[in-house]
Write a protein that binds this ligand. Structure first.
Ligand code: 0WD
Ligand code: CA
Length: 380
């Protein structure tokens, strides 16, 4: 049962160390041709309302309204008195995606397969944000991750577990950090309208429970993926291309005053922005640049397809192919390791910077994350 022999096509075996049974994250090992990544197709969407209730529709969709050339958005406005913050100690795991699957199962079983093999016709179900973390792993030097995996009816479900370090970070945030987390949502309020005919309402309440999520299907080499990601807004032109091509991702970032700051944006932030939007096929990111007082003084649109050219001039920069090949090899590794098809078994993959990816196996533990209602629904 040597991992080299089981390793599937599309990746070289060198990354798996036989001694540690781990997967290397060294970037040099992933510099090969860009793997096949099929154009992501939106298969559905869902909304979470101001109380975090699930709706199988696009009621929380918002529409992008291009800001002035010289915006003057005060991102601190409303932090004290018009802000309802989602309780981030509540771990929702994959629950919203699973609810979407239950409500839309007929869209997923297109092929005729024996009832026992692959009930969903996909290999992996996860959040887009978890895949973003995988894409950026070969370049990450600060934060590790924990990913719980369960094989159920042939499909591998991947759900993040908060690390000790992330838990401590969350419980010990400074007041400044808490406020800066609000700035991103406030920028959304300045640039998004509720319908194509209305304008943004900066006087309203910011409620971070609300979300619009796209559900996309795609394939990375031989891995069939189904994942969901939160989408900030869409182009309000009714003639804009179909989703996900009409979607717009919004970001805020510190104002750029020196060539060194621009270089750092390219080398570190654009990696995260590219990975997050490339995965679901969102074509552009609009960045609001803010000063130290939290006032947005300019905006800039980054086209995802142009980012790889933008960064080519940077010394020692990240490469999209390394990100995609690492993710692909990690998914192959997961397929080989997580072999027992059992909703209460969790294979816990863990990674810390400068280390290999390792795993441990947990039966009927607090790591189990597929809810009974889901297991029942899919089994029946
Ligand atoms: O419970 C959990 N462990 C997680 C829940 C982990 C990751 C995600 N979620 C779910 C939530 O249901 C949320 O609606 O996150 C959804 C968004 O998922 P995603 O698109 O896969 O996440 P990601 O790409 O990391 O983040 C997209 C946006 C963020 O925007 P910026 O511009 O900052 O990247 O979703 C928000 C945030 O606005 N966001 C979250 N919202 C709710 N819960 C979370 C989170 N844990 N993380 C980011
Ligand atoms: Ca955003």
């Amino acid at each position: 049962n040597h991992p080299h022999q089981q390793h599937q096509s599309g990746s070289t075996p060198g990354q798996i160390s036989p001694r540690s049974q781990g997967l290397s994250t060294r970037k040099e090992l992933y510099e090969r041709d860009f793997p096949v990544y099929k154009q992501p197709v939106e298969v559905g969407c869902f909304s979470l309302d101001s109380e975090r209730r699930f709706f199988n529709d696009s009621r929380q969709m918002r529409y992008y309204v291009e800001p002035d050339r010289n915006p003057n958005f005060d991102l601190r406005d409303g932090y004290k008195d018009r802000f309802i913050k989602r309780d981030d100690s509540v771990k929702e795991k994959l629950d919203h995606i699973l609810r979407w699957i239950v409500a839309n199962r007929s869209k997923l079983n297109s092929r005729v397969t024996p009832a026992s093999s692959c009930a969903l016709d996909v290999d992996f179900v996860t959040w887009r944000g978890h895949l973003t973390k995988l894409l950026t792993t070969p370049y990450e030097t600060r934060e590790g991750w924990l990913l719980a995996v369960t094989r159920f009816r042939g499909t591998l479900y991947i759900s993040e577990v908060e690390t000790e370090a992330a838990h401590r970070e969350r419980e010990n945030r400074t007041e400044r950090h808490e406020e800066m987390m609000y700035w991103g949502y406030k920028f959304e309020q300045y640039t998004c309208a509720d319908n194509i005919h209305s304008l943004p309402d900066p006087g309203g309440v910011v409620n971070t429970n609300e979300a619009f999520c796209t559900v996309v299907q795609t394939r990375l080499a031989d891995h069939r993926l189904l994942f969901s990601g939160e989408v900030d807004c869409r182009d309000k032109d009714p003639n804009a291309p179909a989703p996900p091509a009409c979607y717009v991702e919004l970001k805020t970032s510190a104002e750029i005053c020196t060539p060194k700051q621009r270089s750092n944006l390219h080398r570190f932030k654009l990696l995260k922005w590219w990975a997050q939007s490339f995965l679901p096929g969102v074509p552009r990111v609009v960045a609001g640049f803010r000063d130290h007082e939290g006032v947005v003084v300019s905006t800039e649109t980054f086209h995802i397809s142009k980012i790889s050219h933008l960064i080519k001039n940077e010394y020692n920069c990240w490469k999209p192919t390394v990100c995609m090949n690492f993710c692909c090899d990690f998914l192959s590794f997961v397929k080989h390791v997580a072999t027992e098809d059992n909703p209460s078994v969790v294979y816990l993959f863990s990674w810390e910077p400068h280390r290999d990816v390792t795993y441990s196996i947990h039966r009927d533990s607090h790591y189990s994350f597929l809810p009974h209602w889901y297991v029942e629904e899919i089994t029946s």
